[in-house]
Design a binder for this molecule. Structure first.
Ligand SMILES: Cc1cc2nc3c(=O)[nH]c(=O)nc-3n(C[C@H](O)[C@H](O)[C@H](O)COP(=O)(O)OP(=O)(O)OC[C@H]3O[C@@H](n4cnc5c(N)ncnc54)[C@H](O)[C@@H]3O)c2cc1C
Length: 396
């Protein structure tokens, strides 16, 4: 049995886990964040943040630190990967800020992570434990008993599992197996802006949508770096290839792509490949004193670039509900599911629909291109309002 003073255990020190720890600390609630990796830190690529996430960053006091590192692109564009035609333009400058009250940003994940980590290290309520891979946990009468793969034991008043799409806790609570591979893989690269020769937009976020493939690119670190993500369908997604076989596969897959895209592909570091996996929305992701958060609960495909934003929104919402519940963790966690299910499920489902839209081929591509021709700024802002207007946290 854990005495009343035991902290809340958070499994996973990603963006969701750290945000939750900070939001709890703001309410004077202690937590212990157990991160499986040897160090707290993120994979070294870029990330996009919609304006909705600033409601949370403001509340946990990290907006200024994040904005110091961020770039504010003037627009988000979609281009046809075969012709190069601009299909959609979402201005993200002054009119966007006026409409949504906050900017659209791109930022290096490491910089973002460090902004959150610095804030966590300053908070006496937060204990950060690296190299602590959670192996097992159990709910006891008044708390949680947890052990790590190296045999350490931890006790806590509750467990928040922010351990990502392959969550150990999800296996126990939901039991829906591994994420379902959808037949697509991703490669990510960052190059110095000075190495970029291709005639592409350097300041905007650009998505080139093609039949079974896309590329996203945007600047980082005040325009000194350029982030490129190449995503495509492949029947060899499950196999581990070498760089040369990946290179040959890319050349074949993107053979009809616009020449500027092919120039970008030549810059790709093919040393690491991510398999794109999907999960269905589920109605419940808590049991007793255990709750899932972020990708562990509701991972979306990356089409709307909002998975991390949802994990961060979750963190504040959950912390506020825990604070309000005064020790009734089960009640707080059920209210958390009820508060978040429609928004996070909608994101998962719309991300799937958008995935097909990006990769349309044949007649579907013709229909897509004809349809978007009528979309203007006002239409785009209206479509995105449900997401970008943000989420009213329970205490707001
Ligand atoms: C190519 C790509 C591009 C993306 N772009 C964007 C974007 O632009 N904007 C956006 O908002 N989202 C984006 N996402 C989604 C985003 O990366 C995720 O939704 C987000 O990282 C989820 O955060 P999380 O904290 O829930 O999980 P994670 O970031 O996965 O963090 C989980 C943490 O838990 C740790 N862990 C795992 N298992 C254990 C264990 N057993 N014990 C202890 N620790 C454990 C891991 O080491 C990790 O640190 C993108 C995703 C991909 C794949």
């Amino acid at each position: 049995m854990a005495p009343k003073s035991e902290p809340i255990l958070i499994a996973g020190g990603g963006l969701g886990g750290l945000t939750t720890a900070l939001a709890l600390a703001q309410r004077g609630i202690a937590s212990r964040v157990l991160e499986g990796a040897p160090e707290f830190g993120a994979i070294g690529y870029g990330i996009q943040f919609g304006p909705n996430v600033f409601h949370v960053l403001d509340r946990i006091g990290v907006t200024a630190a994040v904005m110091q590192q961020a770039d504010c692109p003037p627009a988000v564009l979609m281009r046809d990967a075969l012709t190069g035609d601009e299909l959609v333009r979402i201005p993200t400058g002054a009119s966007f800020r006026a409409r949504f009250g906050h900017p659209y940003i791109v930022v290096h994940r490491i910089d973002l992570h460090n902004a959150l980590l610095d804030a966590c290290q300053r908070a006496p309520e937060i204990e950060l434990v690296p190299d602590a891979m959670v192996a097992a946990f159990d709910e006891r009468d008044h708390g949680i008993a947890l052990s790590t793969t190296d045999g350490r034991s931890f006790a806590g008043s509750a467990l928040i599992a922010a351990d990502g799409i392959r969550s150990l806790a999800r296996a126990k609570l939901v039991g829906d197996g591994d994420p379902r591979p959808i037949g697509y893989v991703a490669h990510r690269t960052i190059v110095p802006m000075s190495a970029l020769k291709a005639d592409v937009h350097r300041h905007e976020v650009v998505l080139w949508g093609g039949p079974g493939f896309h590329i996203v690119h945007y600047p980082l670190r005040h325009g000194t770096l350029f982030n490129i993500v190449a995503v495509f369908r492949t029947s060899t997604h499950g196999e581990r290839g070498d760089v040369e076989s990946y290179r040959a596969e890319l050349q074949h897959t993107y053979r009809d792509a616009h020449p500027a895209m092919r120039e970008l592909l030549a810059l790709m570091d093919l040393g690491r490949r991510w398999q794109v996996g999907d999960r269905d929305p589920v109605r419940h992701w808590s049991r007793g004193r255990i709750v899932l958060l972020g990708d562990a609960a509701h991972p979306p495909l990356q089409s709307l670039a909002q998975g991390a934003c949802m994990a961060i929104e979750d963190g504040l919402c959950l912390a506020e509900l825990i604070h309000a519940a005064g020790g009734d963790f089960g009640g707080a966690f059920r209210r958390f599911e009820a508060a978040r299910i429609l928004r996070t499920s909608r994101l998962q489902l719309e991300s799937r629909a958008l995935w097909d839209f990006y990769h349309a081929e044949g007649i579907a591509r013709d229909v897509r291109n004809a349809t978007v021709a009528a979309w203007d700024e006002e239409h785009m802002y209206r479509c995105l309002a449900w997401l970008y207007d943000g989420f009213p946290t329970p205490a707001a």
